[in-house]
Design a protein around this ligand. Structure first.
Ligand code: CA
Length: 453
């Protein structure tokens, strides 16, 4: 009897015993149905003797070669669709040449050749590490961000182009001269101050500070004018309060037209001893205090004028009023014969005695973190102070440069805080026109479309 194989031997196999197939070359298994690929199929299966059928992404007789489409130009296809590039090549198919630019690449630009950087607008240098200020800030300052100059103590203006000349040299402008001869003017406008001697600086202190006081002798003052910069705050906007202390009177000028004398609210207008307090629009005005006049706008601006008999005998954030800008950060009455090394040190020392507030640690310039394009727009906007016909009448009398600086500072500040930049510029314009008005130059510059009426 012939042997029986059930199932039958496939692929030409021979039934050599009961259910025992002898398979031809290339096949295996009890019924000779399994095709054999001698070297195996790594990413596929053996579909017929010696023939691998590969899964998607692989090729080759053993399905051991990953497929990349497009093929890798300068590299190996390490996995399906993934090229591993040789040195200096990159891209999906390793066809893009890569370059090395220094140790840390191009700081503000793209590496387009070995040690060749294509810099973004506002940057220059081998590795785009230097900022561009055009015109340059030198020799009066340093370019600290694209288009942003930080001036040294002897220069001011958007490009540090205005040299601050002490009074033994010649005064900066005509107004300074007339001021020095007749009276001292000190202003606070938000974070910005102008000392009696004309030094402009920014101090964002949140506390009560001595703004101006007479201090001809150690420990002896006949009056003190203090300002609380954070009297009434909503969000980042604060209204300030002004306190005037003399031997007999303790007067507080507060927002919303409120004035108290020795803690009692009074009706305005009011006079007591020689002091007269009046209201003009939003302004509260105090006059007759030993030749001192104080004007408060109901928000965050305070102007103090003192007559020239106080020359050299003042102290506080408004400075000493000796006609010399270079010693305006004198720390008397707290530290005699010492000049503060920084605005921070100066401002902090002028804090009202006995009041606990956080000192100002480091004043950072807000424009550093503003995009170059935004900054260009802001600068253009602020330059209206010298470009707009309406302001020009005052330009020869009040140097607009420090107010353009303030304008830019405040616009940057508002840009970062997400506030209304244009409104912030308007504050600087308002302050400029106020200083002009204090000296008889009344500008008509507001309109419905420009800073409102
Ligand atoms: Ca001075």
């Amino acid at each position: 009897m012939d042997a029986v194989c059930n199932p039958l031997c496939a692929n030409g196999g021979e039934c050599v015993g009961p259910n025992l197939c002898s398979c031809p070359e290339g096949y295996a298994g009890s019924d000779c149905k399994t095709a054999m690929c001698v070297n195996g199929c790594m990413h596929g299966f053996c579909s017929s003797p010696g023939v691998c059928t590969c899964i998607t992404g692989y090729e080759g007789s053993m399905c051991d070669i990953a497929k990349c489409d497009p093929p890798c130009v300068h590299g190996d296809c390490s996995d399906p669709g993934i090229c591993t590039c040789m040195d200096k090549w990159s891209g999906v198919d390793c066809s893009e040449e890569t370059y090395v630019c220094g140790q840390s690449g191009c700081h503000h630009g793209e590496c387009i050749g070995d040690n060749l950087c294509d810099c973004q607008a506002g940057y220059t240098g081998d590795y785009c590490e230097d900022t561009v200020c055009e015109p340059s800030c030198s020799p009066g300052g340093m370019c600290v961000a694209p288009g942003v100059c930080e001036c040294d103590a002897y220069h001011e203006g958007t490009h540090c182009q205005v040299q601050i000349i002490s009074v033994d040299g010649s005064p900066v402008d005509k107004l300074e001269q007339s001021l020095l001869e007749n009276m001292g003017l000190c202003t606070m406008n938000g974070k910005h101050f102008r000392s009696f001697d004309g030094t402009h600086y920014t101090f964002p202190g949140e506390c009560t500070y001595v703004m101006a006081s007479d201090c001809s002798e150690i420990g002896s003052t006949s009056f003190q004018i203090l300002v609380n910069t954070v009297y009434d705050c909503s969000g980042s906007l604060c209204r300030c309060a002004v306190h005037i202390r003399s031997e007999l009177l303790n007067i507080a000028i507060l927002p919303d037209d409120i004035v108290t004398i020795n803690d009692r609210p009074i009706e305005i207008p009011h006079s007591i001893n020689d002091v007269i307090i009046t209201q003009s629009g939003t302004y509260t005005i105090l006059e007759g205090l030993n030749g001192v006049k104080i004007t408060y706008d109901g928000m965050d601006s305070v102007a103090i004028t003192v007559d020239s008999s106080y020359m050299g005998n003042m102290c506080g954030l408004c400075g000493d009023y000796n006609g010399n800008k270079t010693d305006d950060f004198s720390m008397r009455p707290y530290k005699y014969h010492e000049i503060a090394k920084s605005v921070e040190e100066f401002g902090n020392v002028m804090k009202e005695t006995g009041v606990a507030c956080n000192p100002v640690e480091h004043i950072s310039y807000p424009c550093i973190s503003v995009a170059f394009e935004d900054l260009e727009y802001m600068r253009g906007y602020c330059h209206q102070l010298e470009n707009l016909e309406a302001f020009k009448a005052c330009n020869a009398y009040v140097n607009p440069a420090p107010y353009m600086d303030r304008c830019l500072y405040d616009m940057c500040d508002c840009n970062i805080a997400g506030g209304d930049q244009v409104q912030c510029a308007c504050n600087a314009f308002t302050e400029y026109s106020r200083v002009c008005a204090l000296h008889g130059i009344v500008l008509s510059w507001r309109s419905d479309k420009f800073c409102g009426r």
